[in-house]
Unconditional design. Structure first.
Length: 95
């Protein structure tokens, strides 16, 4: 069995980002890292969206609905709450 997102949503696997190493000890509250997730599934309505399973995205803090599926935490996030897609530096076109 698999999950297919409905409406204009994307199913993400939240990914915890590690703070940059630099030798400074800062309180965790000062290390505001963006909420990042790996795309698991995309709604069939989002055919024009340049996303595929396995892509990493940044989404708005507190966005979406968290679920547990097969002992794994996943999150449904509306496409409007996605902010960026991680890409390799050589994949970015020159301006």
């Amino acid at each position: 069995m698999k999950i297919i997102p409905l409406n204009e949503t994307v199913l993400l696997r939240p990914v915890r980002q590690e703070p940059p190493a630099g030798g400074l000890l800062l309180p965790e509250s000062m290390l505001e890292l963006p909420d990042t997730g790996e795309v698991v599934a995309i709604s069939p309505l989002l055919t024009d969206l340049d996303l595929a399973p396995g892509d990493r995205v940044i989404y708005k803090k507190y966005a979406g609905t968290e679920i547990e599926w097969n002992q794994e935490k996943l999150r449904f996030v509306a496409v409007g709450d996605l902010q960026a897609k991680w890409v390799q530096a050589d994949a970015i076109p020159e301006a």
